[in-house]
Write a new protein. Sequence first.
Length: 207
Amino acid sequence: MSNEREDLIRRIIEEKGENAIPTLIDLLYDEDPEVKEIAAEALYHLQDPAREALYQELLKKWKEGIEEDDISVLYIVDLLGDMGEKRAKDIFYSLLSKYTIEEALLVIYEALAKIGEGEKILNVLEYMLLEDSYRNNYGDQVAMVLSYIDSPKSVEILKKAYFDESLSKEVKEFILRALRNLIDRNPSFITRIGRDILKDMEKIGWS
C-alpha cells in the first residue's frame, strides 16, 4: 500500500471512525477500483463495527437478489472472510451459483476457507489446480486459498502441483508461498513437504 493511501485511510479512521462505515460501504460500489480498494482497507481496519455493518449489507443484498457476476459484492465477501464472519457461511455457499468467472468463485472459496469451511471445498480446488485447462491463469489464487486450509490434503495437492511441469514458474512461486504459510501455522506439516521442495524454499530464503 502506498504512503498516500495509508495516510488517507488513517485520516478517515481518525477523523470519522465508525461514523464513516456507511459511506465506506457505499464506496464499495464505486466504479473506480482504487476507490473500492481504499474503502475496503479502511473498513478492514475498523474491524468489529465494520464487520457487523458489512454482514447486514450482505444479508440485505442477498434478500434483494444479487445479480450474476456482481463484482462489488465480492469486496464484502472478501472482507467478511478476512474478519472470520461465520454467520455468512450459508450466503457464501449460495453465492457460488451467481458467478461464472473462476477468479470470482475463488474469492468466495477463499472466504469459506477463512471461516473454517475449507475441507469441504478441497476436491474443487484440487481439480482447479491439477486438471483444469486454465489452471495457469488462476493457479496462484488457488494455491493461496489452499494455504488457508489446515489439512494434510492441502499439502498433498500443492506438492503434486509443484512437480507438474505444465504449471508456470509464477504459479509455482505461489505454491511455495502457500506451503510456507501452512508450515508456519502447522509446523508438523514440514515432515510432509519433501527435500526437493524444502531446498527450493531455502534458495529463496523461506526455510
